[in-house]
Ligand binder design. Sequence first.
Ligand code: FUC
Length: 810
Amino acid sequence: MNSKLYLLACFCFTIAFTSCEQKAVEPQTFNMKLWYKEPAKASVTDDPNGWNDDAEWLKGLPMGNGAFGAVVFGDVHKERIQLNEESMWSGSENDNNNPDAFPALGKIRELLYEGKYKEATELTNATQICKGVGSGYGSGANVPFGCFQTLGDLWIDFENKQPYENYHRELDLEDAVSRIQYTQDGVNYTREVFVSHPDQLMVIKLTADQAGKLSFNSSMSRPEHAQIHVENDQLIMEGTMTDGKEGEGLNYMVRLSAVNKNGDLSYTDDKLVVKNADEVTLLLTASTDYVLDYPKYKGRPYKDLTQTHLQNGKQTSYEDLLKRHVTDYQQYYKRVDLSLTSNLRDTIPTDVRLQNFKTSTTDLHLVELLFQYGRYLLISSSRPGTLPANLQGIWANKVQTPWNGDYHTDVNVQMNYWPAETTNLGEMHLPLFDLTKTLQTPGSETAKVHYNSDGWVVHPITNVWGYTSPGEGASWGMHVTGGAWLTSHIMEHYYFTLDKAFLKDTYPILKTSTQFYMDWLVEDKLTSALVSGPSVSPENTFIAPDGSKCQISMGPSHDQQVIWQLFKNFIDASNALEIDDEFVQQVTVAQERLAKPKIGADGRLMEWNEAFEEVEPGHRHISHLFGLHPGYQIDVEETPELAAAAKKSLDFRIANGGGHTGWSAAWLINQYARLGEAENALHGLEMVLQKSTNPNLFTSHPPFQIDANFGTTAGIAEMLLQSQSGSIRLLPALPKSWANGSYKGLCARGGFVVDITWEAGIPVDVKVFSKEGGECTLEFKGQKITFDTEKGKAYFPIKEQNPFGAISGE
Ligand code: FUC
C-alpha cells in the first residue's frame, strides 16, 4: 500500500460505520499543471480559412471567467493573447420557419408507410427544411444565423529582442493562473495572467528582477470591424458586427489600461507604451451589448460596464485581485480530487506526455490532468448568468469559426454539460437552462408553422438568436428531438440536487416540450405504437430497399428513446411536485405506447424502425444508444438483453472505424462505462488522447471542438461512479491499470457526494455525504448495501466489515 492510501485507510478504520460531519483526509495529488518548455509562436499568422486549425494557437493556454476568454501564447519577444467574449456573435434574430412544411407533412408520412423512402426523403428536402440559408452550411458569419467570433488580439511587443533561456510556461489548474518565466541578458522575467470572475477583467502582471528592465508597446487588433483610439489613459478597441442582413449587429468594446512601478507609461494613438519599468500590471475589460432575451437580444450597457470594471480593477491591488480570483475559482475546482497515481512530482512537459502517450498509454497522470482540465474548462466557459459553452467553449481565434461555433443540439452542446453534475459543478449547468428557456417562444412558433403543434421544438442547431427551425439539409437538419434532449438536462440537475424550487421554476419548459411530442407522435399503421417522424437518426444514412441512400423514416430509435426519457422526466417531475392531472395521465399512457428499442437479426440494437443497412457502419453518431447513455432506458441490470444488443452495436461501430472524431470517441467512453465494459471505456479514452488531443489538451474533431474535453471528463467520472439506475454503483467500469486510486467529491443522483479509496480494484474506504437525506444504496459488482441518511451528514458504510472485500477485483 502506498503511504497516502495507508494513511487514509488508518483514518477510516478508526471511525467505523458511523455518521459524522468529519472530513476525510485530503489525498495528496501532484500539481495539476499543463506546462511546456517552449512558447507557442505568436509570429505565425492564423490560417485565414476558419475550418483549418492553427497549430500555434492550439499550443496556447486557454483562460476564462465564463464570459471572457483568452488564449495565452507565452511568446518571449512579442506576446500574443488572443481574446474572446462569449457574445461576440454576428447575425441577428431571423424568421427561418418554412410555411411549406406543414401542408406536406401528411404526404411524407404516407410515403414512408408505403416504403417509398427515396420519395419521402426528397419531399422532406423540398418542404421541411428551413426557409433561407439557415446556418450557411456552418459558415454563417455573414448571414443572419451569424457566427461566434474572435474578439481580437492583445499584443505585447518587448523592446528586448535578445535570445532567452530557462523558459517555462504553465497553466495551473489549481488556481487558474498562467505563468511564464525566462531569462534574457541575465534578467529573470515573469508574467502572470488570470481572468477574474469576481472582478470581470483580465489581469497580466509583468515583472523583471532588475530595476528598469521592462520596456514594451502594447496594442490590440481584430481582423475586421475594429477601431482603436486612446481616451483617459485607456486604449480602446470597439466596433459593430454585421447583423447578416447588411445592417449593423452587436456592438462591442475592449478597454486596456496599465499600472506601472517606476519607469514611464504613456499612450499614443494606438499603443500603450512602457519604458524602463520595474513591474507593470495590464488590465483589460470587454463586453458587447448582447442580452439573452428573445427577440430583442440587445441592451447591455457595455460601455459603462467595461469602464466600471476597469476603474475598479485599477483601484485594487494586484494581490487582492489575485486573491479574489483564486478564492472564487477554487470554491468550485477544489470540490473534486482524482488520484490514479502515487507519484508526487510531474517532471515531463505536457506536450511531451501527450506525444509519449501515442506509443505507451501507461501515463495515468495525463488521465488525471485531462479529467481536471475538463472541469477547469467548464468553470472557465460557463458560469451562472453567462451563455452556455459553445462548440469551442468560449475560445475561437477567427471570424468564421467552424460550424459557426454554435450550439449543436444533436449531441454536442449536451456533451459539454455531461460532466456538470457528476463532477460537482452543478452551478455551471445553469446557463444551458437559461438558453433553453429563451428557445421556448421561437420554438413554439416553429412548432406551429412546421407541424401545427402545440409546445416548442428545437432541431439540431441553435444560436444566440433563438434559431429553432430545421437545418438547411434534411439529412442532418430534420432532427426533431433537440428540444427534448435539452430538457433532459433540466431533470438531470434536479435528480442530482433534488432542488424543488428549481424544478417548479423549470416545470413549464418540461411540460411544453412534452406537449409538443404528444402532438407530434403518430400511430404506426402496423403496430399502433406511437412513433416520431418524419425524422432522421442524427446525421446517419441508410440504404432503402430500392438501394437508394436515404435519411428520413418513421420512428428512428433515437427519437423514440429521447421521447421516452422526456416522458419519464416529465412524469417524475410531476410526481415530485405532486401534480397528477389529466395531462400527466395521458403522458403516462403515451410513454407505454411508444415504439420501444428493437434488436435486429444480427443481435444489434436497431437504429431505425426497420432493419436497414447503414451506408457508413462506423458512423460517428451513436444516437440509437441514447437510452444507454445519457438516457436511462437501457441498463445492464434492468434490461440485460437490450444492454447486450447495445454492446454489439458499439463493438460493430468500432470494428468499422467508429470513434474517429473526438466527441464520438468520448461518447464511447461513457457508453461502454454504462455497460460496465472497463477496458473498452479505457480504449475510448486512449483514442481521445492518442488521436484527438492538441498540445494544449483542447480536443479535436478535427478541427478543434471542445465537446470531447467535456465528454471525456464525464466519461472518466462515469467509469468511477454511476447512479442512473437507482443505486450508486461504485467503480462500475474500473480498468485493470487503475487498480489503486482514490477520488473525492463526485456526485450521485439523490443528492449524494462520494469519496472513495480502492485497492486492487476493491473499495477499501467509502464516504457518502448526504445533501438532502433519504435512503442510499451502494452497489459494487452486483452486491448492494442500503442505509438511511440524514440531510447534511456523512456516512462511512464499509468500515470494520467491508461487504465488498470478499469480491474479486478481477
Ligand atoms: C455534429 C456532428 C459533426 C460536428 C458538428 C459540429 O452535428 O455530426 O461531426 O461535430 O456537430
